[in-house]
Write a protein that binds this ligand. Structure first.
Ligand code: ADP
Ligand code: MG
Length: 619
C-alpha cells in the first residue's frame, strides 16, 4: 500500500492549533500522556491474551522504554503493548471519538491560556505531543498481525499513513512514538529531566518505564503497595492518570478486604463535580482488575449507580480471569465485593461528615443529589444513606443531618416536616411555612427532583414519620411554640367561617376538593394543599411536566381565619350568602394560592377581569 495523506478531523485541527499556539507552563505532561497510552496498550494486550495466549508472541514481559538522542533531537517512547493496525491508526490518531470534546476545546481556546492538565481528562492526551515536537512519527505493529505501519504528522492539519517495511518496520509488536523536539523543547532530552518527570507523574504505572537498563519508576501497581508506603502526591498522580481527572481527590480510600472474597480497593471521591455526572450514558470510572490484570472499566455490578462519582480501581484475586465480562456481572463474588465497597464508602463518608462538616458540605453540594438516588435504588442501605444525607432547612443556614433535626424537634412535635419544590428561593418563602415558622418548628426544604421519589419509599427516620407540609392537615396545636412567639393574640373573636366556606365551595365546585380553615398560615390569606392520601403538589407537577399525568387533581383550599380579607369576607357571607363579591373573591383567592406556589392562574384572562373589577369597586 502506498503512502496515504489524510486531514485531521476539524476538532483535532482546532485542538492542535491551540496546543501549538499557546504558552504552557507545564509542557512536561506530554510525557505522562504518552507513557499513559503505552501503559494502556500493555493492559489491553494482557487482557486480550487471556483468551488468545498466542498474542503474547513469547514476549510476556511488558515494558515501556524511553530513548533520547541529543544529536538527532529525538525522544522515543516504545511499548510492547497491543499496537495498532492501519484502521486503528485512522480511527484513533486523527479523530477524537469521545463525547464532550467540543466543549473541552472551547474551554481550552477561550483565553488562549490553556490548562494542560485538562488534556488527559478529555482523552486527547496523544496530541499533547505537539506541544514539544514539530514532527511525530508513530511506528506500530498490532499483536498477532504481520504488517507494521508508519504514521507521520507535523501537527499542521494533515498526517500520512504508510506501510513500514525493511528497517522502518517494527520487529516486535507494539508502538514506538518518535518525537522530533522543537528547538525550545530540547530540555526534555536531558536524562535527569526525564527521570524527574517520570518519577513525578508516572511512578504508579504498573509496568517498568526504562531508560537503558534502568527502571525509572516503581513499576508495581500502586494499589498493591501498603498504604503507608504511598504518599499523598503519588495517590494524586495515580488519580489523575486513572480517572483522567485534574482536581485533588477529596477522599482517598485505599483498603484491603480479606474474607470470603478478598480484594483491594483504591477509590477516590473527586473534589469537583465531573461534567458528565448526570449523563445517562455515563459509564463507571472505576476499573476492575483481577490479580493485577485489567479487566474492564465498565464492570456493571461492581458499584451501584448512586456511587458513580467514584474513581479508581478494585482488584480481586478471587474473581475468575477467564470469565467473560458479561458473565462477570452475574458472579455472586462480584455482588459480595459490591456490598463490601458500598458499606466501606458510606462508612467513610459518615466519618468524614462528623469529623469535617465543612468539607463534607462541599462533597454534599457536588454529589448529594446522586447519592440520594440510592434511597430509591438500594433498599438495604437506606438507613446508612439517610445518616449521611444533608438537607436545607428553615432551622439553620447550613444543610442539616436528619439526626440534628430530630434532636431539635419541639416538645409535642411527632413528625419530620418537609416541603418539596423546584426553586430553593421560592420554597423558602412558601406560605405553607408560615405557621411552622411562627412556632419555631423546623421544616426541611427539599428541592432536588429525586427528593420527591425517595419520599415515596421512605416513611421514617429514627421512628419519626416524614410529613409533607403541603399535604394533609397541619396540626401544630400539640407543639409547644417558642416562648417569645406565642399565639396568644386574637383567636377568641375568630369569626365563624361556615357561611364563607359554604359559599366558596358552591362557587368553586369541582375546582377544589375542599375548603377549610387553616392552621398553617399566619400572614397569607390562603394556600393550596393536597388532601391526605392524594399526590403531593410538587410530585404532581413533575409528573405532569414529563407527560405522565394529564390532569391536575383538585386541591384543598385553606383559609387563614385570622387574615383581614378572610374575616371581612366571612362577615359578608354571614350577612348575605349571595353577595356578588364572594364569587370574585373565591376565584381570585384560589388563583392567588396557585401563584404563590409558582403556578399560573387557572384562566389568566378571567383572573385579570376579576381583579380589575374588584379593584374598580374598591376605588
Ligand atoms: P485516550 O488515551 O484517552 O484514549 P489519547 O489521545 O491519549 O486518548 O489516545 C488516543 C488513542 O490512540 C488511544 O485510545 C489508543 O487507542 C491509541 N493509542 C495511543 N497511543 C497508543 C499506543 N502507544 N499503543 C496503542 N494505541 C495507542
Ligand atoms: Mg491517553
Amino acid at each position: 500500500m502506498s503512502k496515504e495523506t489524510y486531514s485531521f478531523q476539524t476538532e483535532v485541527g482546532r485542538l492542535l492549533d491551540i496546543v501549538a499556539g499557546s504558552l504552557y507552563s507545564n509542557r512536561e505532561i506530554f510525557l505522562r500522556e504518552l507513557i499513559s497510552n503505552a501503559s494502556d496498550a500493555c493492559d489491553k494486550l494482557r487482557h486480550m491474551a487471556l483468551t488468545v495466549p498466542s498474542l503474547i508472541e513469547g514476549d510476556g514481559e511488558f515494558k515501556i522504554e524511553l530513548a533520547a538522542d541529543a544529536k538527532a533531537g529525538t525522544l522515543t517512547i516504545t511499548d510492547n503493548g497491543v499496537g495498532m493496525n492501519h484502521d486503528d491508526l485512522l480511527d484513533t490518531l486523527g479523530t477524537i471519538a469521545k463525547s464532550g470534546t467540543g466543549a473541552f476545546i472551547e474551554q481550552l481556546g477561550k483565553d488562549g491560556k490553556a490548562d494542560t492538565n485538562l488534556i488527559g481528562q478529555f482523552g486527547v492526551g496523544f496530541y499533547s505531543a505537539f506541544m514539544v515536537a514539530d514532527r511525530v512519527e508513530v511506528t506500530t505493529r498490532k499483536a498477532g498481525e504481520a504488517e507494521s505501519w508508519l504514521w507521520i504528522s507535523d501537527g499542521k492539519g494533515q498526517f500520512t499513513v504508510e506501510q513500514a517495511s525493511g528497517d522502518a518496520a517494527r520487529a516486535g509488536r507494539g508502538t514506538a512514538v518518535v518525537l522530533h523536539m522543537k528547538k525550545d523543547a530540547k530540555e526534555f532530552l536531558e536524562e535527569t529531566r526525564i527521570r524527574h518527570i517520570v518519577k513525578t507523574y508516572s511512578d504508579h504505572i504498573a509496568f517498568p518505564v526504562k531508560m537503558g537498563d534502568d527502571a525509572l519508576n516503581e513499576g508495581s501497581a500502586i494499589w498493591t503497595r501498603p498504604a503507608k508506603d504511598v504518599t499523598a502526591e503519588q495517590y494524586k498522580e495515580f488519580y489523575h492518570h486513572s480517572a483522567h481527572a485534574f482536581d485533588e481527590p477529596w477522599l482517598t480510600l485505599h483498603n484491603r478486604a480479606e474474607g470470603m472474597v478478598s480484594y483491594t480497593n483504591l477509590l477516590f471521591v473527586p473534589s469537583h463535580r465531573p461534567f458528565d455526572l448526570f449523563d445517562p450514558e455515563r459509564k463507571s470510572h472505576v476499573k476492575l482488575y483481577v490479580n493485577r490484570v485489567f479487566i474492564t472499566e465498565n464492570a456493571e455490578g461492581l458499584l451501584p449507580t448512586y456511587l458513580r462519582f467514584l474513581r479508581g480501581v478494585v482488584d480481586s484475586e478471587d474473581l475468575s480471569l477467564n470469565i467473560s465480562r458479561e458473565m462477570l456481572q452475574h458472579d455472586p463474588k462480584l455482588a459480595k465485593i459490591k456490598s463490601g465497597l458500598v458499606k466501606k464508602v458510606l462508612g467513610e463518608l459518615k466519618k468524614k461528615s462528623e469529623k469535617a462538616p465543612d468539607e463534607y458540605a462541599t462533597f454534599w453540594d457536588n454529589f448529594g443529589a446522586v447519592l440520594k438516588e440510592g434511597l430509591v435504588d438500594d433498599f438495604a442501605m437506606q438507613e446508612k444513606l439517610l445518616e449521611v444525607c444533608r438537607f436545607a432547612t428553615t432551622g439553620a443556614d447550613a444543610p442539616t443531618a436528619l439526626a440534628g433535626y430530630v434532636e431539635r424537634m419541639k416538645d409535642g412535635q411527632d413528625a419530620i416536616y418537609y416541603i418539596t419544590g423546584e426553586d430553593p428561593a421560592l420554597v423558602a418563602r412558601s406560605p405553607h411555612l408560615e405557621g411552622f415558622k411562627a412556632k419555631g418548628v423546623e421544616v426541611l426544604l427539599l428541592t432536588d427532583p429525586v427528593d420527591e421519589f425517595w419520599m415515596q419509599h421512605i416513611t421514617k427516620f429514627q421512628d419519626k414519620p416524614f410529613k409533607s407540609i403541603t399535604r394533609g392537615a397541619a396540626d401544630l396545636d400539640k407543639v409547644a411554640g417558642d416562648a417569645n412567639k406565642d399565639e396568644n393574640e386574637k383567636k377568641d373573636d375568630a369569626p365563624n367561617l361556615d357561611a364563607l366556606i359554604a359559599a366558596f365551595k358552591l362557587e368553586l365546585g369541582e375546582g377544589v376538593k375542599d375548603v377549610r380553615p387553616s392552621k398553617r398560615l399566619t400572614e397569607s390569606p390562603v394556600c393550596l394543599i393536597a388532601d391526605d392520601g392524594d399526590m403531593d403538589v410538587n410530585l404532581e407537577r413533575l409528573l405532569r411536566r414529563h407527560g405522565q399525568m394529564t390532569h391536575a387533581m383538585p386541591r384543598v383550599l385553606e383559609l387563614n381565619p385570622d387574615h383581614a380579607i378572610v374575616t371581612k369576607l366571612a362577615r359578608r357571607a354571614s350577612d348575605n350568602a349571595d353577595d356578588a363579591v364572594l364569587k370574585d373573591a373565591a376565584h381570585l383567592l384560589l388563583d392567588q394560592a396557585r401563584i404563590a406556589d409558582g403556578e399560573a392562574p387557572q384562566d389568566p384572562a378571567e383572573f385579570a377581569r376579576r381583579l380589575a373589577s374588584v379593584m374598580e369597586r374598591a376605588l
